[in-house]
Design a protein around this ligand. Structure first.
Ligand code: SAH
Ligand code: SF4
Ligand code: F3S
Length: 429
């Protein structure tokens, strides 16, 4: 016992590439380390173990992860007892063997589909857990008041450009009881805002108390849990919006007034080639319905430029949507070939044109976004305080208020100015 107490606390450095789903997985990874007497460090130099949780959604994401594994070679040489673990989507794509062959100093590889086996895998290279699990699973990487909750894993759609279904597997919804338990635990640990995660999060469907429930039902159930002040979710897909959702959205203001709804393209021809299953009109109808339910709803999106065969006309349709959508921001990506079968070489858009289109789109988004930010001046935003006078509004704007509050408090503020994409407001009593 005395020996246990005096045992030196070890440190693990965890680097997450890619999306929130990977970040949520990194929390599970961190929990497994905490159970084994490790604490989390942001400083690689002082770490005894390093975990890279990798992404492969675009070539660049994969390249970054791979080059970081390479850089760990020296780090391990300095102290050979150090452990290196490579996890996530790039492991799933490239294969365990190929990573271990290329980087023989890596101690463990574990793909995104096997994250549930992570804890057991650690037994072999780190040792058995010494602490119970419940105490250690907490909101580790986010603001302490925000918690990620994975409600579905994988994806069963087959967007032509996308590697996610092949590295994360078919969609699998997590049982409501398990979700509720996790929510309660994270609320107990201080969370006030939840982000429900899934690649097509609004396709959620499961059985609760003997009955089938959908995503709207899940939102309603979660919003009633004590201590939940706000719910966000990522990413909904245009295919799965139902009337019942818009109704709940209107009446239940715990559901954040912000939706991240990836559009990918504004050209119906390209959307069809991408196998997205909706048209630009349907997309605009959905965000129209959200803004009808609450006119101050903010919308953000993702765009891919230069999908194989994209013409100037197609691209101009995307530019048009970028304006019509009134997006508060948008992540814009150059098309990156992932599946060989997907791209005929002759249809690939030349690099210079990709760059030109990306630059034009980014500029359009920037101008529009500035307008959207400025349009909040004079409005009242409901801010969930993260630290002192700072927090995020329901519509997902960063807001600074003229007074100090406690983290986790909800406070209304009237916006007086927009400074570098942070809104400044006066507390409304
Ligand atoms: N499930 C979400 C998106 C997940 S991937 C949805 O369906 O909307 C996150 C984003 O990466 C996508 O929205 C897309 O814009 C981008 N992306 C995915 N594959 C890509 C590729 N091959 N090239 C460029 N961008 C890509
Ligand atoms: Fe990829 Fe499409 Fe699934 Fe999103 S919905 S993860 S883009 S296949
Ligand atoms: Fe996410 Fe990248 Fe995997 S975007 S699902 S971490 S491929």
């Amino acid at each position: 016992m005395i020996h246990e107490k005096n045992k030196k606390l070890l440190k693990v450095y965890i680097h997450t590439f890619g999306c929130q789903m990977n970040e949520a997985d990194s929390e599970l990874i961190a929990a497994s380390f905490k159970k084994r007497n490790f604490e989390i460090t942001q400083d690689l130099k002082e770490a005894d173990a390093a975990v890279l949780n990798t992404c492969t959604v675009r070539q660049l994401a994969e390249d970054k992860a791979i080059s970081m594994i390479g850089r760990l070679r020296k780090w391990k040489k300095l102290k050979p007892s150090r452990k290196i673990i490579v996890a996530g989507c790039a492991v799933e794509k490239l294969g365990n063997k190929s990573i271990l062959r290329k980087f023989p100093f890596v101690n463990l590889t574990i793909g995104a589909k096997s994250i549930n086996k992570f804890d057991a895998a650690l037994n072999d290279i780190i040792g058995k857990a010494t602490k119970p699990k419940l105490l250690t699973e907490t909101n580790l990487f986010n603001s302490p008041i925000t918690a990620y909750i994975t409600v579905m894993r994988g994806c069963s759609l087959k967007c032509s450009y996308c590697i996610v279904p092949s590295v994360r597997g078919e969609a699998k919804d997590i049982a409501p009881d398990k979700i509720i338990k996790e929510v309660k635990m994270k609320i107990k640990n201080g969370a006030r805002e939840l982000v429900l995660l899934g690649q097509t999060v609004n396709s959620y469907s499961s059985i609760y108390k003997g009955e089938r429930i959908n995503f709207t039902d899940l939102l309603e159930i979660i919003s009633k849990i004590e201590g939940v002040k706000r719910i966000r979710f990522m990413s909904p897909h245009p295919l799965f919006f139902k009337e019942s959702f818009f109704k709940l959205f209107k009446q239940n203001t715990k559901i954040a007034r912000h939706i991240h709804l990836p559009a990918q393209s504004g050209s119906d021809r390209i959307l069809k080639l991408m196998k997205r299953g909706y048209t630009k009109k349907r997309y605009l109808d959905i965000i129209g319905a959200l803004r009808k339910a609450d006119k101050d709803t903010s919308v953000s999106t993702d765009f891919i430029v230069g999908y194989p065969g994209e013409t100037e006309k197609d691209f101009n349709e995307t530019l048009k949507l970028a304006k019509e959508g009134k997006f508060s921001f948008a992540f814009c990506f150059k098309y990156s070939p992932r599946m060989e079968k997907d791209c005929k070489r002759e249809d690939l858009i030349p690099k210079e044109i990709l760059k030109k289109r990306l630059d034009i789109l980014l500029e359009t988004i920037k101008l529009n976004s500035k307008e959207i930010f400025n349009s909040r001046i004079g409005k009242i935003e409901e801010v969930l305080i993260e630290d002192k006078n700072y927090g995020r509004s329901s519509a997902n704007f960063k807001v600074k208020i003229n007074k100090l509050f406690k983290p986790g408090e909800l406070q209304k503020a009237r916006i007086v100015k927009n400074e570098k994409n942070t809104l400044h407001g006066k507390a409304v009593i």
